[in-house]
Design a protein around this ligand. Structure first.
Ligand code: SIN
Length: 504
């Protein structure tokens, strides 16, 4: 017997910055978090900070132009304009909640330069601790808001839909028990897809579940092939891999190979500050050629490392590396998913009653390649908008058609999938590798069928196979040229596998 509750306000899946911003905007909300708050979400791990036109020599228009240039032809200009216009206020709102952004004398923000930004515009906290500090402030606000209910150790096992397809709630597993939660709106804020890959900078729990749940419900998914690889994860055999923030390169740190040769000039005139995808491919190429890749911060940061970049320093020290004197071994790692559940500017997905915000959404802001430190900003701005819109949903919806939990992928199978995804849907892709990977995913389907994780992987791989060009985060060795810009919009029904589950 499944317990049933009806909630008067949106149910939000995920408790990163997007989910909690949505909850605060909705005022009354139920937030389901698979892990204790501030753990298991990428927001809390963000190092660089939040990009916004806060400096006197900057403007939202310049920030928008950089965002669109990085997005390699696929950004939605209207979404970008909204994001960049609201950027400064979003930072100030978080500061007002207690996020302790680094300040100069007076009230001005300390702003870091990161790759592909034409201005120093990343508001930071304690050097490399922005995500944790922002999340601590927002969590304190949420905890002080009685109408926001938080359930930890709670995850979605299916979106509930009535006969019209409207999303009418969620089947959740809370402390091991299934609960049918009925609500007028569900907001997906489940994060990205890093945990689908063997090498990632994101928490292991983040593995495309929102994407898979939405796709299985019939929602339109946009641009799933666009996965961003952060160039400089620290290569010390840890899973997930710790990040060496891009701000280190903004400070002048140099990428070198094992012979200490600075190699970025071979790849792009902007060298270390080239767009993220370019730097990731350069590091991939150096490593593939056996030359290795290292970040040398000994000159640029040197003795200031422990207090300027404490999180990176601590990660290096844990592996016996002293970045004040030694080069840091680096590798590209999955860091962000530009694709996601297609939404409008208020977070509305294509199914009535369903919303998405943050990394699991595709608002059109991130294009084919996200500009550094635009992710926390998107989470705050579009999370707030989704929360407001979802709170205004007035339709009750009918009875859910199915209360059957979707299958899970056991850990052993997940680990095999992660390795295969890193090998064949990684920084450099080609038809042979993607087809082999699709075969491996198909082999999982008879046993695990419509498992959201497998569905998310399949969407990425099918779209990567279909996109016969290279652009932003998607590079095809067999199609290195860039074609006319066109976004991908797919539904699960339009994917080959749909027929397999039609009888379900
Ligand atoms: C970084 O600090 O390099 C990551 C920031 C981001 O992902 O935008």
């Amino acid at each position: 017997m499944i317990e049933r509750v009806t909630f008067d306000g949106p149910v939000i899946l995920g408790a990163g910055l997007a989910g909690l911003s949505a909850a605060l905007a909705a005022k009354t909300a139920l937030v389901l978090s698979p892990t204790p708050l501030a753990t298991g979400c990428s927001s809390a791990w963000a190092q660089g900070g939040m990009a916004a036109a806060l400096a006197g020599d900057d403007s939202p228009a310049l920030h928008a132009a950089d965002t669109i240039a990085a997005g390699a032809g696929l950004c939605d200009p209207e979404a970008v304009e909204l994001l960049t216009e609201q950027g400064p206020q979003a930072v100030r709102d978080l500061a007002a909640q207690g996020a302790p952004f680094d300040r100069k004398s007076g009230d001005d923000f300390v702003l870091s330069l990161e790759a592909a930004h034409s201005r120093a515009r990343v508001a930071r906290v304690g050097g490399d601790g922005a995500g944790a500090a922002i999340m601590a402030a927002v969590i304190a606000t949420v905890r002080a808001t009685p109408a926001i209910e938080i359930r930890e150790n709670a995850r979605a096992r299916r979106l509930l839909q009535d006969v019209t397809g409207r999303v009418v709630g969620v089947l959740a597993e809370i402390d091991g028990a299934l609960v049918e939660i009925r609500a007028k709106a569900v907001i997906l804020a489940t994060g990205g897809v890093g945990g689908l890959y063997a090498v990632t900078t994101t928490p292991a729990e983040v593995r495309g579940e929102g994407l898979g749940l939405a796709a299985l419900a019939g929602a339109t998914i946009a641009d799933p092939e666009f996965v961003q690889f952060h160039p400089t994860a620290i290569d010390i055999g840890r899973d997930p891999a710790p990040l060496a923030t891009e701000a280190l390169r903004g400070e002048g740190s140099i990428l070198r190979n094992r012979d200490r040769r600075a190699f970025m000039a071979d790849y792009h005139p902007a060298k270390e500050l080239a767009p993220r995808d370019v730097v990731a491919r350069a590091i991939h190429a150096e490593r593939a050629a056996g030359r290795g890749a290292f970040l040398d911060a000994t000159e640029a940061v040197g003795a200031h490392f422990p207090h300027e970049f404490p999180a990176v320093f601590e990660a290096c020290q844990s592996a016996g590396i002293d970045p004040r004197r030694e080069m840091i071994p680096v590798t590209p790692a999955v860091h962000y998913h530009m694709g996601g559940v297609a939404t409008d500017l208020d977070g509305r997905a294509s199914l009535p009653g369903l919303y998405a915000a943050g990394e699991c959404a595709s608002t059109g802001v991130q294009g084919a390649n996200r500009l550094a430190s635009n992710s926390l900003l998107e989470a705050a701005v579009f999370g707030t908008r989704a929360g407001r819109a979802a709170a205004a949903e007035g339709v009750e919806g009918g009875q859910p058609l199915s209360l059957e939990p979707l299958p899970d992928l056991p850990d052993a199978a997940l680990q095999i999938l992660r390795k295969a995804m890193s090998r064949d849907a990684g920084v450099v892709r080609d038809a042979a590798g993607l087809a082999r990977l699709l075969g491996q995913i198909e082999a999982l389907e008879p046993a695990y069928g419509p498992c959201p994780t497998v569905v998310a992987a399949r969407l990425i791989v099918e779209a990567a196979l279909a996109r016969r060009e290279s652009r932003g985060g998607h590079f095809r060795a067999d199609f290195p040229a860039t074609a006319e810009p066109a976004r991908t919009f797919v539904t699960w029904e339009s994917a080959d596998a749909a027929v397999r589950y039609a009888a379900e």
